[in-house]
Design a protein around this ligand. Structure first.
Ligand code: PMP
Length: 392
């Protein structure tokens, strides 16, 4: 029996970069105490008021099939939020609610990238990106953002890759997982120019747009001429600690929204109504709830910066946003993967090797800020001593 070629194409070489997470989980399963700084799961849980709204909606009967593009009131709320935050007039017809940002990323590529066509993405990258591009038959091509350039993608590199591959789409992510970088206005304007010149669709993953610690997040959809070629990916996973509820959306030109809706009719058949009601409740709580959920990550970002300050072995560029720090351990002479392996074996601390997110993050570690402040500080001080001993 043979699997479809599409699936083999999607999984690529079979390595997904998460091996260390599996190993750490195996250790925990046999009773070892491992400090987990690997996965981007907020340790903050969904707010009880949001859960009550979910329960009330279900008990009131919103348990049947729902409006597949998203309930009217929720789409209106998302459209109003996007309009207010970006200044770009956005209508409910431009919104489709999806089971999380991941489904939105898949839908956008399915709608815009033909089989055999190239979809660009910036590396270091969220690990699902290449598989998501390939899932619909596209060819995934990474464009490295260099640490020497603060992990900001460079227009000339994007332009060269687009020209050489005749790419149709470009996927970007700011605030960025894994680097914590927020793209500058220059970077965004450079990206917009390349998209215009090479006639690319821009898929802008903005699921961390409520986690901004320094500077401002610019949605590229706000740049002149860009709304017609930009699809924004949104999610309540990180902004409202609702990872398990699986609720996100696309903001897109109307004809693209129609295509994403048509795909949903034939795949997910929508997001459960009671989850959508909870999402609507969460959004209507406004800035207060978002700020409350972002607060621990903002605090821990400062904890991490202080714990690693001045170290020559573990160098940190303080992250401007998102819930991770990217630490440069090249001074130890080890790869990120070797360092992470040894740190797990010797110190029982699990971090992600930079290499899991693309070659341009080689010699780095991604540390998730998903532990309480004291435990995080302790783990980072141990990591620091471990790295410094390797340098001596
Ligand atoms: N994009 C990025 C950059 C992410 O980090 C994640 C989740 N970690 C997602 C998309 C997908 O999130 P979800 O499907 O839970 O909305």
């Amino acid at each position: 029996m043979k699997l479809a070629a599409r699936i083999a194409h999607m999984t690529g070489n079979g390595k997904d970069g998460w091996a260390i997470l599996g190993r750490a989980r195996d250790m925990i399963a046999v009773g070892e105490a491992v400090t987990m700084l690997t996965i981007g799961e907020p340790d903050v849980k969904t707010d009880p008021a949001v859960l009550s709204a979910m329960m009330a909606a279900a008990v009131a009967g919103n348990t049947g099939y729902t409006d597949i593009a998203g309930q009217r009131a929720l789409r209106a709320e998302i459209a109003a939020r996007v309009s207010a935050r970006t200044g770009v007039a956005t209508s409910p017809a431009q919104i489709v609610v999806t089971p999380g940002g991941q489904a939105a990323l898949f839908a956008a590529h399915m709608a815009l990238l033909g089989a055999g066509q190239t979809g660009l993405f910036v590396a270091p990258h969220y690990p699902t990106y290449p598989g998501t591009i390939r899932a619909g038959g596209g060819v995934a091509l990474a464009v490295p953002a260099r640490p020497e350039h603060g992990f900001q993608p460079e227009a000339h590199a994007l332009d060269a890759a687009a020209a050489a591959s005749d790419a149709r789409t470009l996927l970007i992510n700011s605030p960025n997982n894994p680097t914590g970088v927020i793209y500058s206005r220059d970077t965004m304007e450079g990206i917009a120019e390349v998209c215009e010149r090479r006639d690319l669709w821009l898929i802008s993953d903005e699921v961390y747009d409520t986690q901004v610690w320094e500077g401002t997040h610019i949605s590229p959809r706000t740049l002149p001429g860009m709304a017609k070629r930009t699809i924004v990916i949104g999610s309540l996973s990180k902004s409202h600690a609702m990872t398990g509820s699986r609720i996100g959306w696309v903001v897109a030109p109307e004809e693209v929204a129609h295509a994403v809706h048509a795909l949903a009719v034939n795949t997910t058949y929508g997001v459960p109504g009671f989850i959508q009601d909870a999402g609507l409740f969460a959004l209507r709580e406004g800035q207060d709830l978002e700020t409350r959920i972002a607060a621990p990550f903002r605090r821990r970002r400062d904890v991490a910066v202080r714990a690693l300050a001045g170290s020559q072995a573990v160098r940190l560029t303080p992250p401007a946003g998102a819930m991770y720090v990217m630490a440069d351990i090249r001074a130890t002479g080890l790869s990120g993967a070797d360092f992470a392996e040894r740190l797990l074996a010797d110190e029982r601390i699990a971090v992600m090797p930079g290499e899991s997110f693309g070659a341009s993050a080689a010699g780095h570690l991604r540390i998730a800020l998903t532990l309480d402040d004291e435990a995080l500080k302790k783990a980072l001080l141990r990591l620091r001593s471990y790295a410094e001993a390797l340098v001596r």
